[in-house]
Every structure is written in C-alpha cells, then in structure tokens.
Design a protein. Structure first.
Lengths: 401, 277
C-alpha cells in the first residue's frame, strides 16, 4: 500500500465516478428513466448489476421520471436504500413526487446532472433545474469536480439517513462539464465506504407486523407541524454535514470543505461566490488577478440546502464587495437564486457590503476566464464608487435581441 | 409518382436545419420521406398543417419539416396537440412520436387521445429502443432483447402498439415498415384523411443502438427482416397460431367510421343552445 494518492487514481468519466460511488454505498433499489446527460450514470450502474457487482439490489428502467421517483417512495418506505439520477425536464416532471419524498421523510439520494430547462430545448448545462426544486425539502449539495461528486455521494446518504435528519438529498453535478469529462479520481474504496456509511436501518418502515401510514391526510390542525419538523431536520442537517465531512476526511483523507469552502478569501476585498464546476475556472482567474495585486477570493457554496447562513455571514464580513455568479434566474426578480440567498442572510446584520449579481452560463453558454476577469473589473469599480446595477445578465448577444 | 427530391425542397427546411442528426442507415428519414409524400398526395399546403413532436431521435422530425411546428416535451406531444386541435380545428394536426415517447412517458396521453377519438394523426416511429439517450430498453423492446439497461435481455413484456391503440378506441390503426416505404406513404395518407384519431405505427430500424447490440446486422439486414416477416393483414388473419412465429401484420388493421370528438362537441353545443332558447 502507498499513501501517495496519485497512485490510487484512475482516469474515469465523471458519470462513472458517480456510478461507482453509488455502487459502494450499497443501494437496494435503483429506478431511473433515460435523459441526457444523466444516462451514463445509470448505464454504468446497470452494467454493475448485470455483472453481479451490487448485492441485494434491484434496478428498473421505468416508464417515466415521475414513476422513477414514485417507485423509490415505495421502496424507501419499505426500508430500502434508494437511488435515482435525472436532469432537467426529468426533474421537473418529478416535481410532485419530489415534495412527497421529503414530506414522508424518506432519505432517497438522487444525482441531478444539471441541465437547462425547456423551452427552448437545450441539453446543455445550467442550474435552473435543481434551483427550481429549492423549496422542496431536499438537501442540495453542489460538486466542483468528479472527485467531489464521488465523495459527496456517501456523505449525502449519511446525512440524509441520520435519524435526526431523515430528508432526501440531491447531489448536483454540471451536465457534460463534469458528467462526460474524464478526470483522475480516487474511486471510493468499498471497505472505507463500509466503515463510513453504516447499513440503512430506518426506525419507521412499512411492516405488516407493525403497520404504519406514510403521507396520510393532514388537516389544518396538524399540517403546519410537518413543515416545521422538516425545517428542524434541515437545521440539524447543517451540523450533521459538518460532522460527516470531518469523518470523511478522517477515513478517506480528503477534504473539499464543509458547508462552504473558500479560496484565497482571508484578505479578499472582492469576494466571488458560486457553485459547481465554474468554481474551478474562478480559482484560476483569482490566481491570475492576484498576480496583478487584486485582492480577490472565493466563497464556494457546497450546501445550498440547508443554506449555511452563519458560515456565509462570517466569511463575507470583511469583504468590500460581494459578487455572486448564478447559472439560473428567478424570472420576474431579475436575480439569480444564490444572490437572493446571500442578500437575505446579510439583512438585519451589521454587514452593509454591496452585493452584485451576475447571471451567466444559461443553456451551456461558456463561461470563459475573460468573462470572470470582466466581472472582477466591474466589481473593483463598485468597491471604489458604490453599486449602481445590482443584477445583470452576462455575455448577452446584442445581435439576437 | 412523386419525386422525393422535389418534395424535399417544398416541405423541408433544407437550407436552415441540415445536416440532420440521424445516424447513417437510420429508418426515421425513410418515415419522414413517407410522411412528406403522403402530404403531397393529399395536396395539403404547408400552412394547413401543424406538426407536433416530442423528444428523442423521432422528435427531430419537426425541426426538419417546414410546417407550423411545435417541438414539445418528452411524452406530451399529444396533449399539446389536443389543445392545438381544439383551438384551431381547421388545421391538420400530425403528431410524430417515438415508442418511448408515445407508450412509456406519454402512454397516458396516447390511451386517452384514442378514447376521445380526436381528429389527430399520430405517427409512432417504433425502433424498439431509446435511441438518442443511449439504447435503454423501452416498452416495445422484445422480451430477452438487449439494451444498455438490460445487459442480459429485457425481462418485461413489450407492447403491441397497434393492439393497444385499437383497444383504446382509435378509429384508424395501421402498421407499416421502412422496407415497405410506398405502402407507408399510402397508410399515412389514409390516416390523415380519416376523421378521428388515427395511428400509424412505422417499424423503423435503429442500427446504432438496437441493431448492433442485438446482433441484427446493419440497416440492410434489419430492413430485410421486416421484408421477411411482415405479412399483409388479410393474409396474416388466415395464419394459425403455430404458423405465425415471428411474423407480424402490416397494412390497415382498423378503419371505423365513428364520429370524432369535435363532431360530438359541436353537436352538444348545438343541443345545449337550442334548449336554452
Ligand atoms: S440512435 Fe438509432 S434511432 Fe437514433 S438516429 Fe441513430 S439509428 Fe436512428
């Protein structure tokens, strides 16, 4: 054995790394419907099952995403560890069931391979699909690279299945940019994963000896408490994610950060915020800008739900300007979702730093280093002379409108 | 005799949307050709037609045809088309779907459109697989046939699309294949002319995802298989169960003269109106 992580690495597709991570989590029921760009994950899993590599696991290509998640409600209520993966329209079609899963407190884990939403039809990446499920009571984690998506998978199960949390989790990865790209990854070891993630032993399941009901009618005298308890579960998940990260680092020796991660943020006057694969590009640009003496740093959000209000406040406290990059938009507010969250967690505090929002990368539009340099230029001006434009679209083609 | 090359310039968007995305040897182009020739034979102008499609390799048909086109979401083409037909009954509404599109994710809309007998023509291009997303098994993948999600063969029973829609009340049901291209022209022509809900199932080879995985040969061998096993419905009916084997019927399987949804709709409006007077 060697401790050199390079020697443990294999060069695999992001989807394969994800499928492998799911495999070593020992799921019992996998149910999915084909949709680009999620398909490779499910194909790899079906190959594992065909090769007898996942014990005690059923796999079904069902007739729609709606049914895919519905089947997991049944399986999870019966005590199975469940998994699905989807993208874009598939996730939107699941919407009704997405609420059901969290309302019934079933800790399903689903990889969302982020893709833009129709119309117009686009198979390329942005975050509109998972952001649209923001308020459904699912934990949402965002990965920067293949290793992180891999490592977040058992972590998602661990937190979701915690008896004080019992909430489903979406692990989000950028379509094509991560799902179809080959990167060196340490594939999760089965023995370490077994040590990290205990078998799923739910307290409440459908059992003929001890009959129970999931999702029954709740009249106005009790409904509120269901929502209240879901929010409590989210509050607890904040701490449990941090704990699960520490334990992950202890067992696997890797650390991608906790609820958030930072990069050259300590003395940063300009603090950029983002989620997902664009973080990699931002880090490169920060290195370049630092050479020019610009004090710029990064706050990366790993957990979008629960939203790490305290950690964000603490990191942003000393910045001169906060710059939020969103691959989504709340139409009608002219603002990306992360920007809204950041503003809301600064209100009623002593922090009175300008927050600039940039909406970019819609439907797979490339986010180049040049674009991020341009954003940094703009934010320098705001740091000097105050904010005039709060939110703007980036790289809009004037010739098309 | 209609020359496809002329029809191409008339009905397709050759300057804007090509080259197309289909694989060499794919059957969808042949089915699209048959659709264009059928429309030419009926003599419909481009503006009289609304073509609606879903998602998948077959969903691309609406991109290449120069009618009023509506490229919708996966499985929902018929629901969009129903609204369209109700709002503008004068349009000839044609819906192009794949097998996964029509009978899996959109199965619900298919059975209810049949039941309603609404005057829409459905062209279901059945290649027995989800082609575009990488060869997952669909509701028409035959039992024991392989797919990327059924490495040792599908354990599910496939739909017989024609029997399904017949049982659900479609007033015109026909099956053709890409080998029998001229017959397909005629079937689609009759389907469009039928007043009511019409379904044409066009068996179409997907050499890339289905043929290769199941060792069925290339497009030529797959079309040869259609040639060898397709039997005209009148002859098929005379076969005993033992004689059928892999053979399947083609041609018009159902042709009923029944009032369609819009006819009943206007009748009831008239009745209700006269009662109020
Ligand atoms: S994948 Fe199959 S159905 Fe799709 S274009 Fe290729 S051959 Fe045709």
């Amino acid at each position: 054995m060697t401790d050199n992580p390079m020697e443990k690495m294999s060069v695999v597709e992001g989807s394969y790394a994800t499928a492998h991570a799911v495999k070593v989590c020992r799921p019992n029921v996998i149910s999915a419907y084909p949709i680009t760009p999620q398909t490779h994950i499910v194909e790899d899993l079906s190959q594992f099952i065909a090769d007898g590599e996942i014990d005690n696991c059923e796999f079904i290509t069902i007739e729609s995403e709606f049914s895919a998640l519905s089947a997991l409600v049944g399986a999870s209520a019966a005590g199975a560890r469940t998994y699905s993966s989807t993208s874009s329209q598939g996730l939107e079609l699941m919407h009704e069931v997405v609420f059901n899963v969290s309302g019934m407190r079933l800790p399903t884990v689903m990889t969302v391979v982020n893709r833009a939403v129709s119309a117009p039809i686009s198979i390329w990446n942005d975050h509109q699909d998972s952001i649209s499920e923001r308020d459904t009571g699912w934990i949402q984690l965002y990965a920067e690279n293949s290793q992180e998506i891999s490592d977040l998978t058992p972590l998602a199960y661990k937190v979701a299945e915690d008896k004080d949390v019992m909430l489903p989790a979406m692990v989000c990865m950028d379509g094509f940019i991560l799902s179809h790209v080959f990167e060196p990854v340490v594939l999760l070891e089965q023995d370490l994963t077994d040590e990290y993630l205990p078998p799923y032993r739910p307290e409440h399941i459908l059992d003929t000896k001890n009959p129970k009901t999931f999702g029954s009618f709740a009249d106005p005298s009790v409904y509120t408490e269901f929502r209240y308890m879901q929010q409590k579960g989210m509050d607890i998940a904040l701490k449990k994610i941090e704990k699960a990260v520490d334990e992950f680092t202890r067992i696997f020796g890797r650390d991608h950060g906790g609820l958030i991660d930072t990069y050259r943020a300590d003395d940063a006057e300009i603090l950029l915020m983002a989620m997902g694969s664009v973080v990699g590009t931002i880090k490169d640009v920060i290195d370049e800008a630092r050479i020019d003496g610009i004090k710029v740093g990064l706050l990366k959000i790993r957990s979008f739900r629960p939203f790490p209000v305290e950690a964000v406040r603490k990191t942003l406290a000393d910045a001169a300007v906060i710059v939020v990059l969103d691959k989504n938009i709340s139409l009608g507010l002219n603002e990306g979702s992360l920007c809204t969250e950041v503003k809301s967690c600064l209100y009623n505090t002593d922090i009175n730093t300008p927050v600039m929002g940039f909406m970019l990368g819609h439907g797979g539009r490339d986010i180049s280093k040049g674009t991020i340099h341009m954003i940094i230029d703009k934010s320098q001006k705001v740091a000097r002379s105050g904010i005039k434009v709060e939110n703007e679209f980036v790289d809009v083609r004037g010739d098309l409108i | 005799m209609i020359r496809t090359s002329e029809a191409i310039y008339k009905y397709l968007r050759p300057d804007k949307k090509y080259p197309h995305v289909w694989c060499p040897g794919c059957g969808i182009g042949i089915v699209t050709g048959a659709l264009v020739r059928a429309i030419e034979r009926i003599g419909l102008t481009k503006d009289e037609i609304a073509l609606v499609s879903g998602i998948g390799c077959s969903g691309r048909v609406s991109t290449y045809l120069d009618f009023n086109t509506l490229h919708t979401t996966h499985g929902r083409a018929l629901a969009f088309a129903t609204g369209l037909k109700l709002a503008k009954p004068s349009l000839t509404v044609i819906v192009v779907m794949g097998d996964g599109d029509a009978t899996a994710i959109g199965g619900n809309h298919l059975i209810h459109s049949c039941r309603r007998n609404i005057n829409i023509t459905s062209l279901i291009i059945n290649n027995n697989i989800y082609g575009m997303t990488g060869g997952q098994y669909s509701p028409t993948t035959p039992t024991d046939y392989k797919a990327s999600t059924a490495q040792y063969g599908s354990i599910e029973k496939p739909f017989d699309i024609c029997k399904l829609v017949e049982a659900c009340g479609a007033s015109f049901v026909a099956r053709g294949t890409t080998y029998h291209a001229k017959m397909l022209d005629a079937l689609i022509e009759r389907a469009i002319n039928n007043k009511g809900f019409s379904v044409v199932e066009a068996l179409s080879q997907c050499p890339t995802q289905y043929g290769r995985r199941n060792k069925l040969g290339g497009p030529i061998e797959m079309m040869q298989w259609y040639k060898d096993n397709a039997i005209h419905y009148t002859a098929f009916k005379k076969l005993s169960t033992d004689e059928i084997g892999e053979q399947f019927p083609i041609g018009v399987l159902t042709d009923l003269d029944e009032p369609d949804y819009l006819e009943r709709y206007s009748r009831i409006i008239k009745e209700a109106g006269s009662e109020g007077q």
